[in-house]
Design a binder for this molecule. Sequence first.
Ligand code: C2O
Length: 341
Amino acid sequence: AFANPVVTNPKSCGRPNLPAGAKPIPCCPPKIDSDNVTDFVFPPKLPPRVRKPAHLLTADEAAKYKEAIRLMRALPDDDPRSFTQQANIHCAYCHDSYVLNGSTAPPQVKVHFNWLFAPFHRWYLYFYERILGSLIKDPTFALPFWNWDHPDGMYIPDIFADRRSSLYDAKRNANHLPPVLIDLNWNRRLGDTSGDSGINLNKVYTNIAAVKAPDTFFGKNFDQGGGQFNASGTLELLHNTGHSWTGDPTDPNNEDMGSFYSSGRDPLFYSHHSNVDRLWTIWKDKFGGVDFIEDDYLNSSFLFYDHDGKLIKVNVKDSLDPSLLGYKYDDVPIPWADAKP
Ligand code: C2O
């Protein structure tokens, strides 16, 4: 049993375990020099980068975001900061590419179905956001969030739907383009149902506001959850719908958003996760939620390339306070706070 997955050796990344029908891709990061892994240090204290609702961006803010993604797409595929490599991070960490520390078992690090879900994705966004900021030379750049927990944000934000934009992705469900309201209870197998904003708010209330215990909210520990069986928390379960509802059901694995290996290819992924990350902060700040304190949790670690192309080792402990990472969320209304079903 390995309760504390420590990914310290990038060379331990192997072939991903992709779903049937997926075009084989190597998901592991490029240009690996495992002697050159630097421990994460907190960024200098600056005014926080403020993540805003994607549907409320000014024309200027939207233009910056599009330009940043355009530049990221223009990087060569073997640049660890490139659009392709950034998407592959999700593939590698989600399809068993990494070996657990000290394990001789087949690769099996998974960042879903267990308590690593929230901190892994926070780190992923942290580096992604800073890469985008450095590409447009704007250190204040912040990843907008898809505000699907507010009636005005319960559809794919327009900036992602414009076909000429770098934020567009063709592999989405053609029946779910704006202004179709998301159904946060959507189940792909049951076919199309129409979203209802009141019922959606009930769902967010149930999965966030009404939850007290960390293992209910974040999921079970890695040992119990490790992917052997589903031990997801309510935060992850709520977030799954955004993936399956957005992906294209005519693709073999509901690509792009509907499958781990491909979801990072849709720019909407990162704004979806920006909202998931925001719900974690709200749960703590407004609903009395508390983080795990187990060492196995706090010492779990991951590897990411930063905006300078340096390989950085981060741990869960350093992810728990967004203010130390230099960002915060715009304080917009929370219409689900009392939306008890
Ligand atoms: Cu790693 Cu939204 O999934």
